[in-house]
Design a protein around this ligand. Structure first.
Ligand code: PRT
Ligand code: ZN
Length: 300
């Protein structure tokens, strides 16, 4: 077996909305890499993990064809590829592993400001411009609506003004692009965020072990984002109330204090952000000497 076959390949978006977040996430997992001159490949220096930088639309195909073992891409692109393959009678050979909590957006139908829309049936017999033909086709079929799908590879929002479509179906995050084009969002078809996908092809034991290690670290990185470590002193009698007030904490550590006098130290990992109001409520319940610290790493 060639050495390169022992190394894990992850497909990432080369240049776009997901690129910086994807690289940042992998760096937080401890991965250090050098980028090739053509900037299409990153060699993992401290782990047998390399990155392939490509257009996001190519990522599901590369993972399905086992050219890459993992990929980071929007769920919208993953579902579009899966549905397009299924329409051709082909099974997509990849599975989403987990969501990565960035790249949030939604695929939505939008109508020109002066076009009436009541419900999905209002689309019947109309032309809808989109880059997401398979996802839109699936939505129309599930709602038993016959409409014409007009494929646009980009700048979908100008289709109604060009007289090419009555509605559009496109990604929306803030909605300002729609507003700037005198369009309004009328129906959400699907929510999306970046996900990590894995090939269904069987990996060697050594590779699978590295994939497991990476996924475990990714999970840890996602968990610590909002997490805080909180330390405080409290009357033993108020422990039940203090535990109730600690946001998203499981079993806090309770430590006796030197000289006791009915007070204990409480240490807890809170899985949600700790706001000033929480500290004020804890104080009112009898807590003192409160410290809130960021969590750097976490391994369950
Ligand atoms: O070159 P390549 O093919 O790799 O990139 P691309 O141009 O296809 O993708 P890119 O970088 O624009 O988006 C990559 C992924 O980011 C998408 O597949 C989504 O998963 C995710 N994402 C999150 C978005 C948005 N938010 C988003 N707002 N993708 C596109 N948009 C568009 C939206 O359609 C609108 O035209 O951005 C514009 C601004 O949106 P508003 O609603 O904030 O005005
Ligand atoms: Zn793309």
């Amino acid at each position: 077996m060639k050495n390169s076959e022992q190394r894990i390949k992850i497909a990432l978006q080369k240049s776009g909305r997901l690129t910086d977040h994807s690289l940042d996430l992998l760096e937080r997992c401890g991965l250090k890499f050098t980028q090739s001159k053509d900037q299409l490949f990153c060699y993992g220096e401290n782990m047998p993990i390399d990155l392939l930088l490509v257009r996001d639309d190519d990522i599901p195909g590369l993972v399905s064809d086992d050219v890459c073992d993992l990929g980071i891409v929007g769920l919208n692109v993953v579902n579009e590829k899966r549905l397009a393959l299924e329409a051709d009678g082909i099974d997509a050979l990849f599975d989403p592993v987990f969501e990565l909590d960035f790249g949030h957006c939604r695929l939505a139908i939008a109508a020109p400001d002066d076009t009436p829309f009541a419900d999905a049936a209002s689309l019947s017999g109309k032309r809808i411009a989109t880059s997401y033909s398979a996802t839109l086709g699936d939505y129309l079929q599930r709602n038993q609506i016959t409409a014409e799908i007009v494929y646009f590879s980009g700048a979908v929002e100008i289709a109604p003004r060009l007289g090419r479509a009555d509605f559009i179906c496109d990604l929306v995050s803030t909605g300002s692009t729609l507003a700037a084009n005198q369009l309004r969002e009328v129906q959400t078809i699907a929510e999306s965020e970046a996900v990590i996908i894995q090939t269904r092809a069987e990996l060697t034991d050594a590779k699978q072990q590295w994939v497991n290690k990476l996924l475990q670290r990714l999970d840890g990185v996602l968990q610590v984002r909002e997490s805080k470590y909180i330390m405080l002193h409290a009357p033993r009698a108020a422990l039940a109330e203090i535990k109730r007030l600690l946001p998203g904490s499981e079993a806090p550590t309770v430590i006796p204090l030197d000289g006791d006098n009915g007070r204990v130290a409480v240490h807890a990992v809170c899985r949600e952000n700790v706001f000033w109001e929480t500290l004020e409520n804890l104080k009112a319940a009898g807590a003192s000497a409160m410290l809130v610290l960021p969590v750097e790493k976490m391994l369950a």
